[in-house]
Design a binder for this molecule. Structure first.
Ligand code: IVH
Length: 668
């Protein structure tokens, strides 16, 4: 027995780390919860094997040491989970007994599947945002949280809110943003996020708040705390909070009976698929705070609240074949092709297998009965194989491809990377077409009269083999012999021609250098100013640029070392594609702030915070997040936080006003 308990603990410790620290779970939440319950039961039955470090003893940890850690004023507890109505009924009865028969109401809410956040407001202003961390202390992520549009930085004037209060809620990435982000990452051949929760958590921990702003996060608030909150009712307090400007769920109601609680559960179990964000259950809370106090807390969770978790939908089907997809930069993804099966309202017949390690772990054989899940994930995944169902019809173990299915080149696997690559970037068709599709895309050259189908056709007809070929196509070639498509052919040619006006920073993005996304492209363009400087930059030069790390730097150098790429760039240049910053962009630049690290803090009147960031970069400076001895100065607006001011003074860092800063960059 002891051995079984210890094995479970070890497993749970590992999965906990995968989930909370690495943001990369290997098992579904349901499997994790099931294991945790098993351990809880065993520990309860065998108190002699108590261990204060057991996974059951902690609420979980998402601490990240790159942020300042702060203690929570009130611990952030979690909720105990229930999985069926009988357990909900037990909770209801426990509450009834605890309140000695007094009437009570239950506030029913959706359980949002993101990451919890604690927001502090003083005099109607957001002063601090802290992640849950281990429940006792969390990371100060105020700067990142401020980029989330639905979180009010200032509350509506004259509201009847307390002078000082805390409000807790969930940070989420809406499905549409999640899908868009994964599409972008797929195009950049970056690893995809498994679900919106991981995407939200990965985003919020980003060191650059520009990246966070780009990620389109959202937040719902569900718990108001403070020494003086307006009402006794939790529901009523949230309605107040809504009136102060907070986003509070519309799907919240007070139930007066267990039946009304069940109705709420049934309603949302079905309707939740229509919500813009992920939910994984229902939260039930005793509404009156006086009654909440009567019921109190256990060491881990309140006795007055409970979560009811929805079942993740799963289906069993047969594995027919594993095919391999080649992306724009040659990364090869294994895809399971299965007998079509109905899952969460849609027919599923393909599921991603991510990479060779995932495939190996599943130990897939052809004809296997596989279990497909679409929990918080948009892309269905295979979560297990029914090994008992294997019989004489079961085929061979599925092996990862050795050669590229598109061009036959031998695949390579770079040490330390999960993905296999096709190294034939010059002649492998999906890589060529993918690069051209990226080049014409909206955020790159925006040649919107072309699309993937046309690119595919031009490729098959031999009209294009690289991005520079686009500028050589003429109307006759597109038109073919029939002449019927002349009008659209002219439109295509003129939109290709018009793309030479696209500014340099988007051209850098359009080149499709691996790992160089929109933001990195912008920084590179602004820093190096033209393609010649960029293409001759060394890794060390590149590392000087804001937001450019080793991986991007190596990739940029590798890109420009390739003779084929140099040829393409000179052809693009000859066609007039913009290879340098414009006159006006250059005029706005100087090296007045070269080598300086600048912190921006407070509220500004002349420019927005983002505009100041751009100005700093245009003048060669670096905008950094937190004050340290290396900070050159702080650009301070109104209401700079007192803690920051004190830190600056202690370290002897200068604090400049908006006007002083503008003077500094404008003096010639
Ligand atoms: S109330 C003491 N309400 O679920 C009560 N939590 O395991 C604290 N969650 O950490 C939480 N939706 O991240 C509450 N409507 C809701 C929620 C909610 C999602 C999350 C939250 C918490 C976890 C509980």
């Amino acid at each position: 027995m002891k051995q079984q308990i210890e094995q479970l603990r070890a497993e749970l410790h590992r999965h906990n780390h995968q989930y909370y620290v690495l943001n990369s779970p290997e098992i579904s939440d349901q499997e994790f919860d099931a294991m945790m319950r098993q351990l809880q039961d065993l520990e309860q039955a065998h108190p002699e094997y108590y261990d204060e470090n057991s996974p059951t003893q902690r609420v979980g940890s998402d601490l990240n040491h790159e942020f300042v850690q702060v203690l929570h004023q009130r611990p952030m507890l979690s909720l105990s989970n229930t999985y069926n109505k009988a357990e909900v009924a037990e909770f209801y009865e426990r509450v009834r007994a605890g309140l000695e028969g007094a009437p009570f109401e239950i506030c029913c809410e959706l359980k949002y599947d993101g990451l919890s956040i604690s927001l502090h407001y003083e005099q109607g202003r957001l002063v601090r945002a802290v992640t849950r961390g281990d429940g006792v202390q969390g990371d100060d992520v105020t700067e990142n949280v401020k980029t989330i549009r639905s979180i009010p930085l200032m509350l509506k004037p004259n509201g009847d809110y307390p002078e000082v209060f805390e409000i807790r809620g969930e940070i989420l990435m809406p499905w549409t943003s999640f899908e868009q982000l994964n599409r972008e990452r797929e195009a950049m051949e970056e690893p995809l996020f498994a679900n919106p929760r991981n995407a939200a958590s990965g985003s919020l921990k980003s060191k650059s708040s520009a990246v966070v702003a780009h990620r389109k996060l959202d937040a719902y608030l569900y718990y108001l705390l403070g020494d003086t909150v307006p009402c006794d009712g939790h529901y009523e307090n949230l309605e107040k909070a809504r009136s102060w400007g907070f986003k509070v769920s519309e799907g919240m109601c007070k139930a007066k009976s267990l039946q009304e609680v069940y109705d709420f559960i049934d309603y949302w179990d079905e309707k939740r698929s229509q919500l813009p964000v992920a939910t994984d259950g229902i939260v039930l809370k005793v509404n009156s705070q006086a009654q909440q106090r009567t019921l109190g807390f256990t060491s881990k969770s309140p006795r007055w609240a409970i979560a009811y978790k929805f079942q993740a939908e799963q289906a069993a089907t047969r594995l027919l074949e594993v095919t391999f997809q080649v992306g724009r930069t040659g990364a090869v993804t294994p895809v399971a092709n299965m007998e079509p099966v109905l899952l969460a309202g849609t027919v599923v017949k393909r599921a991603t297998l991510h990479n060779a390690d995932v495939m190996e772990q599943l130990d897939l054989h052809l004809n296997d009965t596989v279990l497909v899940e679409k929990g918080g994930e948009i892309i269905p995944k295979i979560v297990g194989v029914d090994k008992n169902a294997r019989n004489e019809c079961t085929g061979e173990k599925v092996q990862f491809a050795e050669v590229c299915p598109e061009c036959g080149a031998s695949l390579i696997r770079i040490e330390g990377e999960a993905a296999h690559y096709c190294p034939n970037d010059v002649a492998c068709p999906p890589q060529i077409k993918g690069r051209i599709e990226h080049f014409i895309s909206r955020k790159a050259m925006n040649i919107d009269s072309l699309g993937p189908e046309t690119i595919d056709e031009y490729y098959r007809r031999g009209l294009v083999r690289n991005i520079a070929d686009l500028y050589d196509i003429d109307v006759q070639q597109i038109n073919g012999t029939t002449g019927s498509r002349e009008k659209s052919a002219r439109k295509i040619i003129s939109s290709i021609a018009a793309s030479v006006e696209v500014p340099f920073e988007r051209v850098v993005f359009a080149l499709g250098i691996r790992f160089v996304g929109e933001i990195a492209a912008k920084s590179l363009a602004r820093y190096f100013k033209n393609i010649d400087a960029l293409s001759s930059a060394t890794v060390d030069d590149l590392l000087q640029v804001n937001g450019i790390g080793q991986v991007i730097a190596n990739s940029v150098v590798g890109y420009f070392q390739c003779a084929e790429n140099q040829k393409i760039i000179s052809r693009l240049r000859a066609k007039g594609v913009c290879m340098e910053l414009s006159e006006s962009q250059l005029e706005a630049q100087s090296d007045r702030l070269a080598g300086q690290s600048i912190v921006i803090s407070g509220v500004f009147t002349h420019h927005s915070r983002d505009e100041y960031k751009t100005l700093i970069e245009q003048h060669g400076g670096k905008n950094v997040g937190s004050i340290s001895a290396k900070t050159s100065f702080v650009l301070a607006g109104a209401n700079m936080g007192p803690a920051k001011l004190e830190k600056a003074q202690k370290l002897g860092v200068r604090v400049l006003s908006e006007d002083e800063f503008i003077n500094m960059i404008e003096t010639r």
